[in-house]
Design a protein around this ligand. Structure first.
Ligand SMILES: NC(=O)c1ccc[n+]([C@@H]2O[C@H](COP(=O)([O-])OP(=O)(O)OC[C@H]3O[C@@H](n4cnc5c(N)ncnc54)[C@H](OP(=O)(O)O)[C@@H]3O)[C@@H](O)[C@H]2O)c1
Length: 244
């Protein structure tokens, strides 16, 4: 979980439920903001901000968390970047950057977390996307990274059931965060895109970070004790729609 968007709201939700929460990101100010927000919803919340890059610091992230809290119950792989681009002009390093962040880092964090989750019979929730379930023009790197993440989710779920470790993913539709702005969209373009999304989401609107956080909490808790290997769309029905 992290210092902005879905990760920040999810950290708050875990804190509200009394969990001890490690939050990870490269932006120190954002991490401090998330820490303060967690304390605001639960003044006794124990928060561990870890300034780190998931592509290079996965082992340290897991180690620092376990040293601080003594165990690991839940791993939420949320860090991710969005990018557009047509195959006619995508460079190889741009492809690598998306796959390194959205997929390879999840492999690394899962690898280092798994022995600790086996001890606690814990679980993993990966933050994928409707872009893992469906194909969209000019988003091949992102769609491919999330489709691979979905398959990784199912495969790791089958690696760990003997240890009662569950592995699931949420697949959000368009959720209002800064991710598209970070990917280079102007504020005006983003507003126009959100308006267009009323037609591409069956429920006629985009989603909120809280709606995704609630689903992550559901999957991480005992309420989902018989659910593993699932990819759960939180997308107002976008995955079910077909253009006609
Ligand atoms: N918003 C949507 O419409 C939407 C839809 C479907 C899926 N998602 C997925 O939801 C997840 C969260 O995205 P968001 O929408 O909440 O966007 P966001 O606000 O931009 O959050 C992305 C988070 O990932 C962290 N991050 C990125 N690269 C990192 C790295 N190398 N090391 C550590 N942290 C890194 C960022 O922290 P720092 O910048 O501090 O490093 C940031 O907190 C992503 O996986 C995204 O693909 C979003």
């Amino acid at each position: 979980m992290g210092g902005s968007g879905i990760g920040a709201t999810t950290a708050e939700a875990f804190a509200q439920h009394g969990a001890k929460v490690a939050i990870v990101g490269r932006n120190e100010a954002n991490l401090k903001g998330t820490e303060a927000a967690c304390k605001a919803v639960n003044s006794r919340a124990e928060i561990l901000p870890i300034l780190a890059d998931v592509t290079t610091d996965a082992e340290r992230i897991i180690n620092e968390t376990v040293v601080k809290f003594g165990k690991l119950d839940v791993l939420v792989n949320n860090a991710g970047i969005f990018a557009t681009g047509n195959i006619l002009n995508i460079e190889v390093d741009q492809f690598d950057q998306i796959l390194n962040t959205n997929l390879r880092s999840v492999f690394l964090l899962t690898k280092f977390a798994a022995p600790h989750l086996v001890k606690t019979q814990g679980n993993i929730v990966n933050v994928s996307s409707v872009a893992g379930l469906r194909s969209f023009a000019d988003v091949s790197r992102y769609c491919t990274s999330k489709a691979a993440l979905d398959q990784f989710t199912r495969c790791i779920a089958l690696d760990l059931p003997a240890h009662n470790v569950r592995v699931n993913a949420v697949n959000p539709g368009v959720i209002v965060t800064d991710s598209s702005i970070r990917a280079g969209m102007s504020k005006e373009e983003y507003e126009k895109y959100l308006e267009h999304c009323k037609e591409t989401h069956a429920l006629g609107r985009v989603g909120s970070t809280k709606e995704v956080a609630d689903a992550i909490i559901f999957l991480a808790a005992d309420t989902a004790s018989f659910i593993t290997g699932t990819t759960l769309p939180i997308d107002g029905g976008k995955h079910a729609m077909c253009p006609r």
